[in-house]
Design a protein around this ligand. Structure first.
Ligand code: HEM
Length: 607
């Protein structure tokens, strides 16, 4: 065609273009890429065209890699030219603005920010992440026990509260963080904002572009939140009452005159990265346990026999190889970032006789990498044994150390590898271990005694993929464990109350969040109070009027609105646990209970 003729590059002798699916000139195969589970399509093409192939999308070359070896050969060994990031049409200054380290081009700003991020992470990891993940896990387990139907809410609260504590030494910005982070995910995901697919829409001026307007509002809010959080830590340091945090470490180590502006952005990005990603494998764990009850039993046997009834703590990790194998296998079985985060190549390159043009976007297709039968035999099956048995290619000894997540392909390659692995590792070990200790997760049964089906692979479409909501039972394994969970929750709560008392008086700015949540309120009104079909992360925004700090719960003293603890399965079925707002909602004649989110304004009022 004329387009291909005009754009052809003279290749050196013996070098050929990468194979790939045939496409419409300029447009490529956009029409073939599904909005949901696009990674399955990219993997299908890998099976047809090989572990490295290319597609053209609106004139731009995309290279897809489904082999860990090839990803290492290019992204790690040739990191000098493969460590850039592509421009995101809906966030066109992503390579230069310095706001989001993970999206920066290979610039000096990126190098400086990556160094700082590594240093702050390392300092906290040495101090076991200040025990924040365990504290939040203790809160999470009890909430799960009380109302498993709200599991996505509890999981997102756990991840965002933990990372808020790590970033700023307090859990209270967690809800706003979820709000702004989910917005950013939409802004940058290929299946989120439209300009990311139809690139020329990036040229529409802001007054005519709903995407640009939305992103500007989101960014302004994020900016206010980050500044308020840094101000909070400064104030607490002044009172000598600051709890450890990434930004606190920076502020106490910084040289005279060194600005906090950039550190604020780096820490903000770390919080963003931790707020939504880790929820994916926690939800996939629940899905895995529904489909593979035998692995839940084995995991419970390990925990029960090694720990003699106590709940797993981070210090127990050497003794619990199966738990570490489950963590790793959940991530392999259902990759949280299935299409990977793209790199960009800066110079023309040749690999095994194939030409890779400068400027191409390079995708390590994480889904494809985890389906490589040579590395992961019977790859579709969830099998933690592959990390524990010398008969499998992925086995590594000693089992007191391995398996672990360091160097795992699912965290990327080369100079751009993920810097959050210590947080991921600890969060997942504690939540998955805690849930195995506490609950039997299993499929529900209907009135006739038949199992209620649970989907196998219905995942949300954005860059970070999570299972769509599914029904399951989380049955506390004993009354004693239920009591222990209540005690763990109470002691986490008491700690938080003490923190609030110390922090009293810090004046946060008015964030105008009621207006920020208006679009969601409109959605709720339209949908009659329940939005069942949207991305889980939006649930946080559904009820911005609710100022209760924990949806479905109030303080223990107020028994009127406190749902009762589940005593037995039948009782729980007969008496669904409902929040007061839900009851009101049902009284108004709506059929479905609403899903409440922690009130954003309320979250800021508690200080
Ligand atoms: C299950 C959770 C997570 C997964 C699966 C994950 C995965 C990834 C992946 C695939 C990349 C891109 C690597 C590449 O370009 O080759 C990445 C980058 C990154 N991640 Fe994570 N991540 C997770 C959690 C976190 C957390 C909790 C943090 C908190 C600090 C974090 C911080 C980062 C940073 C800073 C980068 C960018 C590095 C750079 O561009 O130089 N991640 N992550």
């Amino acid at each position: 065609t004329v387009y291909q003729y005009l754009n052809r590059k003279k290749l050196p002798p013996g070098v050929q273009e990468l194979p790939g699916p045939w496409g419409i000139p300029y447009v490529g195969r956009v029409h073939d890429i599904p909005a949901k589970a696009s990674w399955l399509k990219f993997y299908e093409w890998a099976q047809l065209h090989g572990p490295i192939y290319q597609t053209t999308i609106f004139g731009e070359v995309h290279v897809w890699i489904s082999s860990e070896q090839i990803a290492h050969d290019l992204l790690s060994k040739r990191a000098l030219i493969y460590s850039d990031r592509p421009t995101i049409p809906n966030l066109p200054d992503n390579r230069t603005s310095g706001d989001y380290l993970a999206l920066l081009g290979r610039t000096d700003t990126w190098k400086r920010q990556r160094r700082l991020c590594g240093h702050l992470m390392h300092t906290s990891a040495l101090d076991q992440l200040h025990a924040y993940p365990a504290l939040e896990r203790d809160r999470f387990l009890y909430l799960m026990a009380r109302s498993p139907a709200h599991y996505r809410e509890w999981i997102e609260q756990f991840t965002s509260r933990t990372v808020s504590r790590l970033s700023w030494g307090t859990a209270h910005p967690a809800q706003v963080l979820r709000h702004t982070t989910f917005g950013l995910l939409e802004t940058i995901s290929p299946s989120g904002a439209l300009p990311n697919i139809i690139g020329f829409l990036r040229h529409v001026p802001e007054w005519a572009s709903p995407w640009k307007q939305k992103e500007r509002r989101r960014h302004e809010l994020e900016d206010k939140v980050f500044r308020a959080n840094v101000g909070f830590v400064g104030e607490m340091q002044g009172r000598e009452a600051a709890l450890p945090s990434f930004i606190g470490t920076f502020m106490s180590e910084k040289d005279e005159g060194e600005g906090t502006e950039e550190a604020m952005r780096v820490v903000g990005l770390m919080a963003i990265a931790g707020a939504l990603t880790i929820g994916s494998p926690i939800q996939s764990y629940l899905l895995a346990m529904c489909h593979y009850p035998e692995w839940q039993r084995k995991l419970q046997d390990e925990i029960d026999s090694v720990l003699e009834g106590t709940c797993p703590q981070w210090e127990d990790r050497e003794k619990l190889p199966l738990l570490r194998a489950v963590v790793k296998e959940v991530i392999r079985w259902r990759p949280p970032v299935p299409t990977g985060i793209p790199h960009a190549v800066e110079k023309d390159d040749i690999y095994n006789g194939y030409f890779i043009p400068a400027g191409a976007t390079i995708h390590a297709l994480e889904w494809g990498i985890t389906r490589d039968e040579a590395v992961y035999p019977d790859a579709e099956t969830f099998n933690p044994q592959r990390w524990l048995d010398p008969g499998f290619p992925t086995f590594r000894a000693p089992l007191t150390q391995y398996p672990n997540l360091n160097g795992f392909s699912q965290f990327g390659f080369g100079r751009r590898t993920c810097q959050g692995i210590p947080i991921v590792e600890q969060d997942l070990f504690l939540t998955m271990g805690g849930m195995a200790w506490a609950f039997d997760i299993r499929k529900q049964r209907d009135a006739a005694g038949n199992e209620v089906p649970v989907h196998w692979l219905d995942y949300t479409p954005l860059l970070i993929a999570k299972p769509e909501e599914f029904p399951f039972d989380a049955v506390p394994r004993s009354a004693a464990k239920m009591e222990l969970m209540r005690n763990m929750y109470e002691s986490a709560k008491a700690k938080e109350e003490a923190e609030k008392a110390v922090a009293k008086g810090y004046a946060f700015p008015d964030l105008g969040l009621v207006n920020q949540g208006k679009d969601i309120e409109d959605l709720v009104n339209k949908e009659g109070g329940r939005v069942a079909s949207v991305e889980s992360d939006r649930h946080v925004l559904i009820d911005v009027r609710d100022s209760s700090p924990e949806p479905g719960l109030s303080s223990r003293g107020d028994s009127s609105s406190e749902p009762e603890e589940p005593q037995s399965e039948t009782e729980r079925e007969a008496k669904p646990l409902l929040h007061e707002d839900e009851k009101r909602h049902l009284r108004k004649g709506k059929k479905e209970p609403m899903i409440t989110g922690q009130g954003v304004p309320g979250a800021w009022k508690w200080l």
